[in-house]
Every structure is written in C-alpha cells, then in structure tokens.
Design a protein around this ligand. Structure first.
Ligand code: SIN
Length: 486
C-alpha cells in the first residue's frame, strides 16, 4: 500500500503542524506498514524550539478562541466534522496503511472519531453556570465554567484517529487550545486531521500536532511546561504513572485512560449465541489491540464446552490478512515487539497447563500476523491472566459460582471495562454494583459511544471521555461572590 491512490493527496503531510504551519526539521523518521514492514514514508522530527513554539502559540491563541461566541466555535467544529466525513475513505486508507486494521474497522473508527466532534459541537452550547442561593442579603453567588487553557496530550497507535478526536473535540468545544503528540508509529492519521482542521477554519494555534520518534523528551515538555494547564493521555499504565508524576511539578489537571484487563463473564443462563457474538466483537476487534478487549473469558462450567465449540467455529472463520484485502477481519499486530509479547504469553500459558483449542502461532499471512487463538484451562497463576494481552488470543477460565467469578474478575489492579452475559436481572444489578470497573457491558461486547463516559477506575486511570462528563475534564469551576448589591 502506498498513499498514491488517495483522492485527496493534500492529506499526506510529513511534519508537525504548529500555529497553522507545517514545520520541517533536519531530522526524519520512517513510518512502516505493519502488514509488510515496508516504509510508507518519513516524517520530520519536531525540534525543541518547535515544541516550545507550539505551546507558546497555543497559549497565545487561547484567549481569542475562548472569546469566540459559542455559535462560532460550534460552527467551526461542525465544519471539521463535515470535512472528516467527506474524506473518510482516504482517512481510512491512511489508517489501514499505518496501523494495519481492516478497512471496515478503519472506516468505522474515522466515523466514530468524527462523531465526537459532532457531539461536542452541540454540547458547547450547554456549558451552563449556576446562580446560587446566598447566606446574606446584598450578595449574589454565581458559578462559572471556564476553559482550563492549553491542553497537551499523547495518544496511542491502536486508534490513531478516534483517540485524538475524543480529546480534542471536548477541549476545543470548551474553549481550550490543544496540542497532540500522536504515536510515532501512526502519525499520518493525526497530520491528515490537522490538514482538515485548517481547511475547516480552526484558527492557527488552536489545534496543533507535534510528531517525533522519541516520546520521552517530548512528553517531558508537554507534562511540565508552565503554560500548559492540562495533560490528557491514552496509553499504558506504566507510562501513565510516569507522566502523571511529571504533571505533579506544576499541578496540572490530568486525564488518564490507561491499561485494562477486562473480564468477560458468560453465566450458565447466558444466551450462548449472544455471548459468542459479544466475545468475537470484544476480543478480536483491531486484532485484540484495544484497552477494552476481553482479556480473561470466564465461562460457567455448565456451558463451557458448548461455548468453546461455538467460539471455535466463529474464530476459525476469521480471515487474517492485509487490511485492504476483501474479507479481512484480523490485521497484523503493530510491530515485532507486540507479536513477540503475545507469543511469550501464550507459550508460558501452555507450559503451565493451558490447552490450545485453535491458533497459537504466527499466521502465514506475514511476519506480524498472529493466528486468532483460543486457550482453555487458563488459571490466575498464569501471566496471560494478569497481563494485557493486546493480541487476538481468547484465554478461557472455567468457573462455578457468581461469588467466585466476581472475586476473580476483580483480582486485578486494572479497572477499565468488563462484560457479562446473563438473562437474570437480579444478577445484573449485583454485577453493576460489585464489578470494580469503569464500564460494564451486559449482553454486549462493544460499548463505544460518543455520548457515554469512557474511562476506568483503579490503575486504569482517571477522568472520562465522551458525553457530558467528557467536557467537564476541560472546564474549571469558578465561584463568583458579588457583595453590596442594593
Ligand atoms: C481503547 O482501546 O482505548 C478505545 C476503544 C474504544 O473506544 O472502543
């Protein structure tokens, strides 16, 4: 795949976008297609001076952006949304080329990401304050909600478009300015969004993209610069903890969407076909490379064998291949490190007693393709139970009682997403109260929705993205007390 077939070649940019301008530098890095490991092109490394400029210009642009009427901000955002939809085919091609996901999923992500802009273009009109009762005559008490200021962010490679828009849309709607450092593995999607932001009329300095292959020094500036008020991160818990501690030096507001170890529970009364469909959607989407992927599949012993047989049939129907090939459901893993990690987890599980039902090895489709895999007899002692797999491996654990499975499900430092399949309404309420996760899907394996709060508890992070909760993360609450009112 090359980018020469795009209808809008203007979407391919190869440098940072700062203060409305494309900023080249002397040093470049390559971006590779994970399906064949060939270079797609090179991108300019952001320099320390350019990085500083991005923060200064976002800071300078914020007042004017904040002071626009809400109708103006909303209309500009809506234009960005329209342009993304108009370019959705090209954006999906870029995404499949640099990330590997099947074209249908890439198109789905482009539209899903754009929907955050549409949603927040409307929500901008509902940033309301309060008029409070007072404790003394002659006083008035108001509560205002003001944009936090300059927001910086670091986003991951698994959703190269939507994770940016899920942050940028509420930030811009709230009146903040925004700088994102996308993953060095998938910068082209971010740069294409920047191009469309400029075409939409988003003023210079309001939306900036800084690209670089060495995340550490860039992250340090984005998390410590005194002109930055808020930092938002999606990525691993390990990196999130480090970034969070850096943010402490200037007491930045933070949003952290970190790792997960989602339990998927199929109870004895589950509709088996619904549960298998849920498992397929949750586990194999994006080749298992999502933070919300079912990571531990707990299946009641009474339905275990039937569930495994039905799942095996569906898993063996999956077509592994390059994302643009007709019918592909499972693309490559992002890089050699990712596939080696999956191999190691599977090998350790097998050595310690897990059974292979299907898969468990690299696919003939190419170096970075892993076969959709099912393992049974997984136990809490195995690494695969305790680590985020980030690959197309369903690891199944048999259980006997509700009490036991809730305890096992909660036996993790993570708390992002969970899934349960049951027909028992009383049990549903017990699960909503007892599962220690920020999100719960009941008889549903894919929850994403721009109107809903996405986020985790425990070491899966803090803050929520989406819905009315998502914009709160970009607003400060200001109390104004007026005295001597006659
Ligand atoms: C994620 O893996 O963090 C995003 C998944 C989604 O939005 O559905």
């Amino acid at each position: 795949m090359s980018f020469s077939s795009l209808s809008n070649p203007e979407l391919i940019k190869n440098s940072s976008f700062i203060n409305g301008e494309w900023q080249q530098s002397q040093s470049n890095f390559d971006v590779f297609n994970p399906a064949d490991q060939k270079s797609l092109g090179y991108v300019s490394e952001v320099t320390p001076e350019q990085l500083e400029k991005s923060i200064n210009s976002a800071h300078a642009a914020q007042k004017e952006w904040r002071d626009k009427t809400v109708d103006e901000r909303s209309a500009i955002l809506r234009k960005w949304y329209d342009l993304i939809l108009a370019n959705q085919n090209d954006l999906a091609s870029i995404m499949t080329a640099e990330q590997g996901k099947p074209r249908k999923e890439a198109l789905g992500e482009v539209v899903y990401g754009a929907k955050y802009i549409e949603w927040y273009a409307e929500e901008a009109k509902r940033i309301n304050g309060d008029y409070l009762p007072v404790n003394q005559n002659g006083r008035r008490a108001l509560v205002l909600r003001r944009p936090v200021g300059v927001v910086t962010s670091i986003t991951p490679w698994n959703f190269p478009g939507a994770m940016i828009l899920r942050k940028a849309a509420p930030a811009l709607a709230a009146g903040c300015t925004f700088i994102v450092k996308p993953s060095e593995l998938t910068p082209y999607s971010a740069l294409a969004l920047a191009q469309l932001s400029a075409e939409a009329g988003i003023p210079a300095g309001v939306f900036n993209v800084v690209v670089g292959s060495n995340a550490q020094p860039i992250g340090e500036v984005l998390t410590t610069h005194p002109k930055v008020s808020k930092f938002s991160f999606t990525g691993s818990t390990q990196v999130g903890k480090k970034l969070l501690s850096q943010c402490a030096s200037t007491v930045k507001k933070t949003s952290m969407e970190l790792g997960g170890n989602a339990p998927f529970i199929a109870f004895e009364d589950a509709d088996l076909d619904v549960a298998v469909k849920g498992a397929m959607g949750s586990k194999f989407r994006n080749a298992g490379q999502t933070c919300v992927c079912a990571n531990r599949l707990f299946v009641h012993r009474d339905i275990h064998d039937e569930f495994v047989a039905k799942l095996k049939t569906k898993v063996e129907e999956l077509k592994v291949g390059e994302g643009n090939q007709e019918g592909t459901n499972v693309g490559p893993l992002i890089d050699e490190k990712a596939i080696a990690k999956v191999e190691q987890l599977v090998a350790q599980a097998i050595e310690t007693g897990a059974q292979i039902i299907t898969g468990a090895g690299r696919s003939e489709a190419g170096q970075q393709f892993y076969l959709p895999t099912i393992l049974t007899d997984v136990t809490p002692e195995m690494d695969i139970f305790n680590s985020e797999i980030f690959g197309p491996v369903a690891s199944i654990i048999s259980f006997e009682s509700e009490e036991e499975v809730i305890k096992l499900a909660n036996q993790t430092e993570y708390g992002l997403c969970s899934y349960a399949f049951t027909q028992n309404m009383n049990r549903v309420f017990r699960l909503t109260e007892q599962l220690e996760f920020g999100m719960l899907g009941i008889n549903e394996g894919v929850l994403s929705n721009p109107a809903a709060p996405f986020g985790g508890v425990k070491e899966s992070g803090m803050g929520r993205e989406g819905g009315r909760w998502g914009i709160d993360d970009y607003l400060e609450t200001k109390y104004v007390c007026i005295g001597d009112v006659k």
